[in-house]
Design a binder for this molecule. Structure first.
Ligand code: NAG
Ligand code: NAG
Ligand code: CA
Ligand code: CA
Length: 273
């Protein structure tokens, strides 16, 4: 900035010096010739001057208005082949074609190995047994869900399958129960209500005198003590064949033959001993 100012000052100074020189030159010119001329009228017309030199070339002129449309040109040459276009969308499915003629039949296959059918038969047999067991279990639980009775200590369940006393005993045992043992009036009432409300006339209960005639024991081998609910005239042990006990819908007991089949009541403890 300072440098520039300095430059400007120098330039101005130089200019003033030059101006003074010219001014002096002008003053130094003799003024006597101009002042001594007293002619007022203009002089005669002078001779024509010499032909001037050729002037410089003029500036280009303005753009003119658009001309008329020209005639149509000839058809140009054929262009190069363009780049291949994009693949289009998938078209609709075509009609089914005619069935082709059948081919030549293949060669005969190798002989197969002899099947170890006995093994499979055994497996299938076991499967059948399993399925049967499963069906039985499903049936059991279906019935359990349909109706069950309970006291504070036990669940009672009438199995609606006609079985002999021993079969009935096993059926309850494999389900972690035992044939129902009405050891007091309350338990007997629950079971008999259940039987009568279900519309059955007689069911096996867990009581028998199979070991010693006339000495009834519950299924858990405890003897009859304070409570019993025999029907009038029972147990009579007709022909010495009646060693098992059925409960009638009235809740009363009757000794009957063990091989007879009927529905029965299982009981299940709520708490495991
Ligand atoms: C059965 O009776 C005996 C005596 O008669 C008694 O001590 C016992 O508590 C009774 N048992 C039941 C379960 O009532
Ligand atoms: C008691 O059991 C015997 C032997 O099965 C039978 O003949 C009799 O009808 C039964 N009594 C009742 C009331 O069902
Ligand atoms: Ca008997
Ligand atoms: Ca009887």
């Amino acid at each position: 900035m300072k440098k520039q100012l300095w430059k400007l000052e120098t330039f101005l100074l130089l200019f003033l010096v030059l101006l003074q020189i010219f001014a002096l030159d002008d003053e130094s010119r003799p003024t006597t010739e101009i002042c001594s001329t007293h002619t007022i009228l203009p002089g005669p017309k002078g001779d024509g001057g010499e032909k001037g030199e050729k002037g410089e070339m003029g500036k280009p002129g303005k753009v003119g208005p658009m001309g008329p449309k020209g005639a149509k040109g000839e058809v140009g040459d054929i262009g190069d082949q363009g780049v291949m276009g994009k693949i289009g969308p998938i078209g609709k499915k075509g009609d089914k074609g005619l069935k082709g003629s059948s081919g030549v039949s293949g060669k005969k296959g190798k002989a197969g190995a002899v099947c170890d059918c006995g093994k499979y038969r055994k497996v299938v047999g076991q499967l059948d047994i399993n399925v049967a067991r499963l069906k039985s279990s499903i049936n059991f639980f279906k019935n359990v869900l349909a109706g069950i009775r309970e006291t504070e200590e036990k669940y009672y369940y009438i199995v609606q399958e006609e079985k002999s006393y021993k079969e009935a005993l096993t059926h309850c045992r494999i389900r972690d129960g035992i044939l129902a043992m009405p050891k007091d009036e309350a338990a007997n009432a629950v079971i008999s209500d259940y039987v009568s409300q279900s519309g059955f006339f007689r069911v096996f209960i867990g009581l028998n005198d199979m070991e010693k005639e006339g000495q009834f024991m519950f299924a858990d081998r405890t003897p009859l003590l304070n409570y019993s609910n025999w029907k009038e005239g029972e147990p009579q042990d007709t022909s010495g064949q009646e060693d098992c006990v059925e409960m009638l819908s009235t809740g009363q007991w009757n000794d009957t033959e063990c091989h007879l089949t009927m529905y029965f009541v299982c009981e299940f403890p709520k708490k495991r001993q």
